[in-house]
Every structure is written in C-alpha cells, then in structure tokens.
Design a protein around this ligand. Sequence first.
Ligand code: HEC
Length: 250
Amino acid sequence: MLRRELTRGLAAAGLVLFCASGFAAGAKVELESADIDPGNVNSLQRGAGNFMNYCSGCHSAQYVRYSTIGKHLELSDEDMIENLMFNAEKTFETININMQAESAERWFGVQPPDLSLLARSRGADYIYSFLKGFYVDPDHPNGTNNTVLAGTAMPHVLWEKQGFQRAVFTEETIDGVTRSTFDRFEPYIPGELDAEAYDEFVRDTTNFLVYIAEPIRSERIQLGIWVMIYLLIFFIVALMLKKEIWKDVK
Ligand code: HEC
C-alpha cells in the first residue's frame, strides 16, 4: 500500500516537473535569422561604430584590440581615434569600460557581460533577436522587457533608433496551467529609423559582435584555401612521380 502511494507521489512529482519544463520551453520565442554577411567590411565598420556609440558604455570587449579591428576593418589609426576610441588612447589597448563593476551591480543588479565571446556562446540569431525584442512593460523596473531574455536588466538602449513597441501575448489555459506565448509586436512610439533601417542597424551590430568573437575567421578561411591548393599540387606531383617510378617495373 505504502509503496503504491509512494509511486503515485513520484509520478505526480514527475508530472509537475515535466509540465514545468514544458512551460519553460513554451515560453521560448523563435529567433529571427540574423542573416549577416561576415565578409562585408562596410557592414562591420558600421557595426563597430554602433557598438562603440551604443554598447561600450556598459559592455567591454576585453579580448579585442583596436589595432586588430583597424587592420581587419581597413580603418586608419586616425579613423579609429576619431570615431571609435572613446575609452582608450593607444590602439593596442583592448575595449574596456570606465564603469566600475560595483556601480554596474548597483544600477542594474547584474554586471553587463563582456561581449567579446558572447556571439560564440549565444549565436548571431540570438543577439539579433534580443536587440529587436525590447517592448514596453510598465511592470518591469526600467519600463521595458524583452521577449528573448524575459525580465532582462538591460534597458532598451536603442530606443532612439527603434522607438518603442508593444508585445502581444496570447494566453492559453491547458489543464489549469495558463501559458502566455508571444504572438507579435505592435508599433507604439516611432523612432528615428523605420523597421527596415532598424533591422540593418541591428544586423551590422550583430555582424560586428560575431566578428570580434573570432577576429581571425577570415584569415583562417583564406589559409584553408591555400592549404587545399597546396595539397592539390602535391597530389599531382605525387601522381607523376608514381608513374615515373612504376614505368620500369612493368
Ligand atoms: C545601460 C547599460 C547597457 C548598454 C548601453 C547596453 N547593455 Fe547590453 N546588457 C546590459 C546589462 C545590465 C545586461 C545583463 C542583462 C541580464 O542579465 O539581464 C546586458 C546584457 C546583454 C546581452 C546578453 C544577453 C544574455 O542573454 O545574457 C547582450 C547580447 C547585450 N547586452 C548586447 C548589447 C548590445 C549589442 C548593446 C549595444 C547596442 C548593449 N548591450 C548595450 C546593459 C547594457
């Protein structure tokens, strides 16, 4: 008898856990494709400008040096000093922030993460969708919330560009459990950019974050091509050599 009760109890607990995980999965929104072009230097240059102007006040990118960015993005030292280097004086410096870790904790409750490698852990689509996912939410302390990272401490820093949007959720009750699923955005207060231009802005920024996560990507691809060419030539030489050697044996 006791054993039966216990099994039932366990089954119920399992069901609750299952539902809870189902709920969490249900709350996830589908990510939009970022559709970035890593080889587009103009897009990367614009992305670097966006990042330095709108993100570097809170986020560092400690693993990239300005000099590396300058080399890959075809920017001269003067270009960089004038347009990108707000927190640094020398091009060999990495992208740091002036904000103290304690102040960040006090203001946001969490420290804004370093963005050098974030694109690798989260992926381009995530960043793209996150930057497009802010919506007005009076229940949230800073007035906005995010569909991709619910309850995020990051404010909608690109509001001037995008304006503000509202999110529409549909609610569904299955077996007494109410699920709220994100349905769509609705425009609320327009910003400087229309929807298409904002997508471009966010795409360039995402492209830059993907680039800093692996700055040697393009070099690696190029090197790969040279290695393939070398192997091909080597194969032809080996083939000719084999023919030459086996000629007399036959
Ligand atoms: C006013 C400060 C501030 C600015 C400016 C800012 N962020 Fe953030 N950001 C934060 C904070 C705080 C978090 C941590 C959010 C959390 O964990 O809820 C964060 C988190 C993130 C995350 C990680 C989300 C995750 O899943 O962990 C990404 C990506 C990000 N920011 C990108 C950007 C980009 C790109 C910009 C520039 C367009 C930017 N941020 C500008 C404060 C800022």
